[in-house]
Write a new protein. Structure first.
Length: 72
């Protein structure tokens, strides 16, 4: 979790440092970079904790419970 947050902060730092030369900021790039980083962090956390997020594995849990009941 710390590595994921550190990577997001480091990439934001490098992107911000890269934009210091220009006089005008491109809001399209800023918003798209923020959305992409947020989406990647959300998907990684969702894959790490599959029972809590949007992508759930309830069908797989149900199949495992049926298998456990059949073994008893």
């Amino acid at each position: 979790m710390a590595m994921l947050c550190g990577l997001a902060l480091a990439s934001a730092l490098m992107a911000g440092h890269g934009m210091t030369d220009g006089t005008a900021r491109s809001w399209l790039h800023i918003v798209s970079f923020t959305a992409i980083i947020a989406a990647v962090v959300y998907i990684i956390l969702n894959l790490e904790f599959p029972r809590l997020g949007l992508l759930q594995i309830a069908a797989f849990d149900h199949a495992l419970m049926e298998l456990l009941q059949s073994l008893k």
